[in-house]
Design a protein. Structure first.
Length: 280
């Protein structure tokens, strides 16, 4: 997935949801970059846990924790604690929700504090996940049935009117969508914090503090992670040399690339390629 991207979720023809088992994220590098979409996303953690970043706030998701990502919210999945990830994310079509409730843009979803509601949400989400993984006969009908139950719970137990704090949070997110998109387009260049700050009309010191407060990590850490994320994809899907991958993704030389890659992924680029290379 591209950093800072707007994700278009193609739902299956027979039902208005997209199911993402969290083990798929672990297998794809244990990281989902900052992105946003119009879908409403229900998140259930199960297993070792991870960190969920939404509009500037990082939350540690432990076993059986629930979260809702509202349409348009800027978010990221990161810091998965292990390979025992049996939770899932379920994205519900914005268009479908809009048909059910034309006022959906003025609505906000939050997890109800009532235990019985949380238990029902967990139950239906795990049912959807297991049905999706097993792909038995007519499984799409079962998912569709369970998806309607999930949507019913969201509308009846989790929907609120959007207030000023939600609007303020969304405005901050809109600004940083532009900033992160800019970094995404220029990450493979000799990009400096002062370049980005100047492009958006900020004082570098103010921008540095603001960036860290909102994104949850410093500019250089974020830039390095983005470069490594894209380098990893080149290692998997191309035959470029280690030096070519390093230079293509913004590293000054192969030595710096190998050092940072090993620190982040726990192995060298060459070993990673041998174990994970895929060909189209």
């Amino acid at each position: 997935m591209e950093e800072g991207y707007y994700e278009i979720n193609q739902m299956r023809k027979n039902y208005p949801v997209k199911v993402v088992p969290h083990e798929n994220i672990v297998n794809d590098g244990a990281y989902v970059a900052q992105h946003w979409h119009r879908s409403v996303e229900s998140v259930l953690a199960r297993g070792d846990g991870f960190k969920l970043w939404v509009n500037g706030i990082t939350r540690t998701m432990g076993d059986l924790d629930l979260a809702i990502i509202n349409h348009g919210e800027f978010h990221s999945f990161m810091a998965f604690q292990g390979e025992n990830q049996t939770g899932c994310s379920i994205l519900i079509s914005y268009t479908f929700l809009k048909e059910l409730n034309p006022g959906i843009d003025l609505a906000w979803f939050e997890i109800s504090g009532r235990k019985e509601v949380g238990d029902r949400l967990r139950s239906v989400m795990m049912r959807i996940r297991e049905t999706y993984r097993q792909e038995g006969e007519w499984y799409n009908l079962m998912i569709r049935s369970s998806a309607y139950e999930l949507i019913y719970l969201l509308f009846t137990e989790c929907m609120l009117d959007k207030d000023s704090s939600h609007i303020k949070s969304m405005k901050s997110g809109e600004i940083y969508k532009e900033i992160v998109n800019y970094i995404d387009k220029h990450y493979n260049e000799n990009l400096k914090l002062s370049d980005v700050a100047g492009h958006f009309g900020y004082n570098p010191d103010y921008f540095s503090k603001s960036f860290k407060n909102y994104i949850g990590e410093g500019f250089l850490v974020h830039l390095r992670k983005l470069r490594l994320y894209n380098a990893r994809k080149q290692l998997m899907f191309t035959d470029k040399s280690i030096l070519e991958v390093a230079l293509d993704t913004g590293f000054s030389d192969s030595k710096a690339f190998i050092r940072d890659f090993k620190a982040f992924y726990g192995t060298t680029p060459l070993k990673y390629r041998k174990e994970n290379q895929q060909r189209g």
